[in-house]
Unconditional design. Structure first.
Length: 129
């Protein structure tokens, strides 16, 4: 696949994310760029097929981001994954607890900080973001 085409699609998708999903799109682009850069450095270090894997990774990432933006813009989170709403709710509660707006004995804070439930790491990730 042509590197220019991938770069052009990346730019258009980034502009779309920033304009359609502002301000969350800016934070999402920052996280994607950081994690993707680290992943590409690892992929390229340990393979002989550097160009192919880089192009494949970027193309798959662009498709995944496009799908995620469509889900967000068309408000289809309940259909494609209600867990995103739960992570958002618990992450927000955790962030509110960190800034002092919720008490430690609040049931939502207890649920968000519990490491006994699945997905507890996502609560912290969402709260940090």
């Amino acid at each position: 696949m042509d590197r220019f085409l991938l770069g052009l699609c990346s730019v258009f998708l980034a502009i779309g994310m920033v304009s359609l999903v502002f301000p969350d799109g800016v934070a999402a682009i920052g996280v994607v760029v950081l994690v993707s850069t680290l992943a590409l450095l690892v992929f390229r270090q340990f393979t002989s097929e550097r160009e192919f894997l880089t192009n494949l990774f970027i193309a798959a990432l662009l498709l995944r981001i496009l799908f995620g933006v469509m889900i967000h813009v068309l408000d289809m989170r309940d259909y494609f994954g209600g867990d995103a709403n739960t992570y958002d709710f618990k992450g927000y509660a955790l962030a509110q607890y960190w800034v002092g707006n919720l008490f430690p004995n609040d049931p939502v804070v207890i649920a968000a900080t519990s490491k006994a439930s699945p997905g507890w790491g996502m609560n912290y990730l969402v709260a940090v973001l």
